[in-house]
Design a protein around this ligand. Structure first.
Ligand code: WQD
Length: 336
């Protein structure tokens, strides 16, 4: 299958891995990124990985004129939308900024797409739209009760897509609800590259393993889980990227809209992740148990069956793969 695809936020962690998988699947890819949370040299590394020039427009989805210029320059078949802010804690402190970037930005993008006659979009959503689990694993028809401004932004965007399609059936969308992305590309040329102290578990452990941070703080070990620490559904970023390829193929091939979890269906604890990372880096990693983090849920994981049935998507990489590829990436990054 072929097609020309715009990746907004394509220089970021998940976007860059999706760029590689799309090119490998035969798609032409154009990136739009404002580089607010990505380094410019990732484009050079993407060119090494894809073996071809990577067209990148430095622009913001909030810039309507810039969007129109990009759509006028390329005849796109679809858009994969990653650009946005994604830190739950930060969204609590900055709800207006988050709404502006994540919701107004997305509305801008959809309007530019409509003006250009491009009406297929894969949307990067999140499992946190479900909120407190009534049942586990989360099915896609679980009640939607987001508990942070970030998760609420994502639900606003999901609802906007449903409303746009109800008003104009020429639209089709793939809403992908991510669980916990982790790991890096096996080449160690791209990976998660946080500018500051990471909020998420794996990049934090990675910085402890490289010596950039002294010790992992385990946020609570008194949860109702096997070892008392939080349990999550970690999915390898390359598996996640391949889920986007499958979603795009369903849109371009059959214009069939869909909402699916991208998950492994299995949960692992904080200490499971720590032990796996110790195996990957070959050394014991220091940690201390501290109080629970506000807003954290004890445990959640996703039901992967609809993605399997609709997209033919199944994850193939496990926790050790996530840690081994992360360790190779941060080791190379630190020495480069
Ligand atoms: C995982 C577990 C923590 C850091 C968030 C967003 C979600 C998605 C993924 C965007 C929890 C524990 C963590 C640390 C710890 N992002 N932890 N010490 O909170 O499940 O999900 O990132 O889509 O929307 O909500 O991920 O990696 O922050 O936490 O003990 O230094 O690790 O308590 O149990 P989370 P996380």
């Amino acid at each position: 299958m072929s097609g020309r695809v715009l990746l907004t936020g394509g220089a970021g962690y998940i976007g860059s891995h999706t760029c590689v998988e799309l090119v490998e699947a035969g798609f032409e890819v154009v990136i739009l990124d404002n580089f607010s949370n990505a380094r410019r040299d990732v484009i050079d590394r993407l060119e090494v990985l894809t073996g071809a020039p990577v067209i990148c427009h430095e622009a913001d989805v909030l810039d309507r004129d810039a969007l129109d210029r990009v759509f006028a320059a390329h005849d796109f078949d679809a858009v994969v939308h990653f650009a946005g802010k994604k830190a739950v804690g930060e969204s609590v402190a900055q709800p207006l900024d988050y709404f502006h970037t994540n919701c107004t930005g997305f509305s801008n993008l959809l309007q530019a797409m409509d003006r250009a006659g491009v009406r297929r979009v894969v949307f990067s959503s999140t499992a946190t739209v479900y909120g407190k689990p009534e049942v586990l694993p989360y099915p896609e028809d679980h009640p939607l009760r987001p508990e942070s401004p970030y998760a609420a932004n994502k639900l606003v965007c999901e609802n906007l897509l449903r409303q746009v399609k109800a008003a104009d059936d020429r639209w089709s969308y793939g809403i992908l609800r991510y669980f916990n992305p982790a790991g890096a590309h096996p080449s160690a040329l791209i990976g998660e590259d946080p500018n500051d102290i990471p909020n998420n578990l794996m990049p934090y452990i990675a910085k402890v393993a490289t010596g950039e941070l002294p010790c992992l703080r385990v946020f609570g070990d008194d949860y109702d889980t096997p070892d008392g620490t939080g349990v999550r559904d970690y999915i390898h970023v390359v598996d996640l990227a391949r889920g986007h390829v499958q979603s795009l193929k369903l849109l371009i091939g059959q214009d069939q809209s869909h909402i699916v979890n991208l998950s492994t269906g299995q949960g692992f604890s904080v200490l499971d992740m720590l032990r796996a990372y110790e195996r990957a880096c070959g050394k014991e990693l220091p940690y201390e148990v501290v109080g629970r983090r506000a807003g954290d849920l004890a445990a959640f994981w996703g039901d992967p069956s609809r993605a399997r049935d609709l997209l033919g998507f199944e994850t193939t990489r496990d926790l050790d793969d996530m840690c081994a590829t992360s360790w190779a990436w941060v080791s190379r990054r630190k020495n480069s």
